[in-house]
Design a protein around this ligand. Structure first.
Ligand code: UGA
Length: 429
């Protein structure tokens, strides 16, 4: 099938590459000329495992191409996806101006029936607005359908999530686009949920908010574990064996971040408020998440006391493992908090140092994780990168003035760390 995707961010580019991989012909559109130039030259603007190979392979096969022209995208395909950013506004609501702009540009270029599919995370009822907008701004007054098709990929696992999705959600206002949408997704062999547009939009916000709630829940349990000498990982393992609960997203730590959960929670709270419902539960989720960071910083200052003139090594800057994304990263927030207390920092991240440089200054960026502890008073783990588990603990212990580690992601075993001579403080254990 011939498909156009507007937006070449994490969602748009990975979706485009995966659609091409299963045999569709995909044109990716972005108004950022520099990004399109880079992609045309074989470059990839983001780090996502497996993406570069997928893009190269499908460009070479002639199934994936790039342009800055929305009109070209509309003309060349019958199905036009919208995967542009929906950033947060200061009051917690969502800025839908990119969606509106793209909808207008699509409308202006339409000369025959098109299916316009929203993949961006949007507040419930956005589909209705997109439909009104297209109707208003389409000079040719042609027929069209708007579909809501939320994306559930995780950064860092995006290719895998897209190729093997748990489910595909398709929100429609008529049956006309259903067969085409099903045909697009048939190669992915996933259950397809067909529903109305408002329900599809709510499925996305409700899912992300629930996952954030799950993390805050285990973080609250971690506080009880710490106070009682229990071990939150063992509690999570025991809880997770109940298939109604499940083990994923029960990892306690310094809280969730990224460009989705914090933004989507605020948006969902705001949407509820506008409808007249006070979503207290989600406000508490936000409060617990902020508290995790407070508690962790306090753990560090309780142990090291005055941070002024202390040197701290920090492992991890990305908001989670397997990504170079530092947007709303708890690791960056932690660094900034420690700097505010007067500490100087030596930092390392396997992939995110390039992007971190733009928002985190006055730190020493260290290329090798094993050099981070050099001359420091303590070591902090801020991101759950698997490779940090392979840290040369003996060398790090000897490099530090005192063998103190604050592990905000519970990567190491407390018993083992004690035996190796570390003063080891983690979360909920
Ligand atoms: C999240 C959802 O998981 C995706 O399903 C969704 O498609 C995406 O948002 C989106 O809306 O686009 P993502 O933000 O990429 O994906 O990352 P997650 O893997 O969900 O992690 C989010 C944050 O929660 C990270 O900071 C991570 O470290 C933290 N986390 C995750 C925990 O603290 N504990 C856990 O057990 C799991």
């Amino acid at each position: 099938m011939k498909l156009t995707i507007n937006g070449t961010g994490y969602v748009g580019l990975v979706t485009g590459a995966c659609f091409a991989e299963v045999g569709h012909h995909v044109l990716c559109v972005d108004n950022d000329a520099a990004k399109i130039k880079l992609l045309k030259e074989g470059g990839i603007p983001i780090y996502e495992p497996g993406l570069e190979e997928l893009v190269k392979k499908n460009v070479a096969a002639g199934r994936l191409s790039f342009t800055t022209s929305i009109a070209e995208g509309v003309q060349k395909s019958d199905v036009i996806f919208i995967a542009v950013p929906t950033p947060p506004q200061p009051d917690g609501s969502v800025d839908l101006s990119f969606i509106e702009r793209v909808a207008r540009d699509i409308a202006a270029a339409m000369t025959d029936y098109k299916i316009v599919v929203d993949k961006s995370t949007v507040p419930v009822k956005t589909g209705e607005k997109v439909a009104e907008t297209i109707k208003r701004y389409c000079p040719a007054k042609v027929d069209f359908d708007v579909v809501s098709n939320p994306e559930f990929l995780r950064e860092g696992f995006a290719v895998c999530d897209l190729m093997k999705p748990n489910r595909i959600v398709i929100g429609v206002r008529s049956q006309r686009p259903v067969a085409v949408m099903k045909k697009i997704y048939t190669p992915f062999n996933a259950p397809i949920v067909v529903t109305d547009i408002n329900s599809a939009e709510l499925i996305k916000h409700a899912s992300n908010s629930f996952l954030a709630l799950k993390i805050s829940y285990i973080n609250a349990v971690a506080v009880l574990c710490e106070a009682t000498g229990a071990n939150v990982q063992e509690v999570a393992a025991g809880m997770g064996m109940d298939e109604r609960i499940g083990r994923p997203f029960l990892n306690a730590g310094i809280g969730f971040g990224g460009s989705c959960f914090p933004k989507d929670l605020s948006a969902f709270v705001k949407i509820a408020e506008q409808i007249g419902y006070d979503f207290h539960l989600l406000k508490e989720v936000q409060r617990i998440n902020a508290g995790q960071m407070e508690r962790f910083v306090k753990k560090i200052t309780d142990t090291l006391w005055v941070l002024k003139d202390k040197k701290i090594g920090v492992l991890g800057l990305a908001f989670k493992q397997n990504t170079d994304d530092v947007r709303t990263s708890p690791a960056i927030e932690l660094c900034q908090r420690l700097q505010k207390e007067g500490a100087t920092l030596r930092v390392h991240d396997p992939k995110a140092m390039g992007k971190a440089r733009a928002i985190l200054s006055n730190v020493t960026y260290v290329d090798d994780m094993n050099d981070v502890a050099e001359g420091c008073d303590a070591l902090v783990v801020a991101t759950e990168w698997d490779e940090f588990k392979k840290l040369d603990l003996e060398r790090a212990r000897k490099s530090l003035s005192h063998p103190i580690m604050f592990d905000g992601r519970n990567l190491f075993d407390p018993g083992e760390m004690g035996r190796l001579g570390w003063i080891y403080k983690s979360v909920g254990r």
